[in-house]
Design a protein. Structure first.
Length: 291
């Protein structure tokens, strides 16, 4: 699981019956990357902290509602791409097991199907070194989440209704649809080849991936004239400017930009459900044990 501002967390796979636990971790790592390495993701963290000093329900709701599809499309694609490579016998069943709107659930299946239409996880994908298709889908999600929201937040005194309307008009979910449909599968297969060539002789690192994401974003945006994405290299400076603007009217507001934009390592721990189950089976006296 991943909570905004936290770290990717993997619960005991024996208890949760995860057959490919590292695939789950890949899913949660995408959430962290989109939450800490994009302007809309950092805005989410900033608005959560701002809520301590000023009520901003409309902006916080708009911020969450407009990124769900992007977040789960990217995370689910990364998870299933890993399963396809590490446990191919489980690949089809894992797709079938996804919650879907058609089954009165959240539309994970629909989000994956859209990504899989755009850049199929076929036999050719499984044979490609360095998993370039997951990198390209990650770049698409990053581009979609790299709105001008932090610059907008820094441009004027905060007004909840006005800023919520701006977020809705610049929705990451809508941006992803625009880019994907304008470019189409043929263009995205070409971008996957670019990513594969980039990492044919070097191992992908966080810094190289950021540079690749910026380069791929420019290629994607060429298909949607007038649509822009903020470069990842400007993220920290834009976040600092937004914080300084908010502090002019709310000096008590505090937000650690440096900590917020850097990814954290994974956490391996016990599931809260496991603790509850054990507590139902055994009596514990925490006062006596000091725990």
């Amino acid at each position: 699981m991943y909570q905004a501002g936290g770290q990717p967390t993997l619960y005991d796979p024996v208890f949760t019956s995860q057959t490919v636990p590292e695939a789950v971790l890949r899913h949660e790592e995408v959430h962290q990357n989109l939450g800490r390495q994009t302007s809309h993701g950092v805005l989410t963290l900033m608005l959560a902290r701002l809520n301590d000093v000023v009520d901003a329900p409309q902006s916080r709701a708009a911020c969450a509602d407009t990124q769900w599809y992007v977040q789960e499309l990217g995370a689910t694609y990364a998870e299933l791409a890993f399963i396809q490579r590490a446990a191919p016998a489980d690949f089809s069943a894992s797709i079938q097991a996804l919650p879907s709107a058609a089954k009165d659930g959240a539309p994970y299946r629909e989000a994956f199907d859209f990504a899989n239409w755009l850049l199929p996880l076929d036999d050719a994908a499984r044979a490609e070194p360095s998993d370039p298709r997951t990198l390209v889908i990650g770049a698409l999600c990053s581009c979609s989440m790299s709105t001008g929201c932090l610059r907008e937040l820094a441009s004027a005194e905060f007004d909840d209704a006005r800023f919520a309307a701006w977020i809705a008009a610049n929705s990451p979910d809508m941006r992803l649809e625009q880019i994907a449909r304008a470019a189409g599968p043929t263009a995205f297969l070409g971008l996957a080849k670019v990513a594969a060539e980039r990492f044919s002789e070097v191992r992908p690192t966080q810094q190289l991936a950021r540079t690749l994401f910026d380069d791929l974003s420019r290629e994607m945006l060429a298909y949607v004239p007038g649509l822009n994405a903020e470069p990842l290299t400007a993220l920290e400076a834009q976040a600092l400017a937004a914080v300084e603007r908010l502090q002019k009217t709310h000096p008590e507001f505090s937000f650690d930009v440096e900590e917020s934009v850097h990814p954290r390592g994974p956490l391996f721990t016990e599931s809260p459900d496991k603790r509850k189950l054990i507590e139902q089976q055994f009596d514990f006296d925490d006062l006596a044990t000091g725990n």
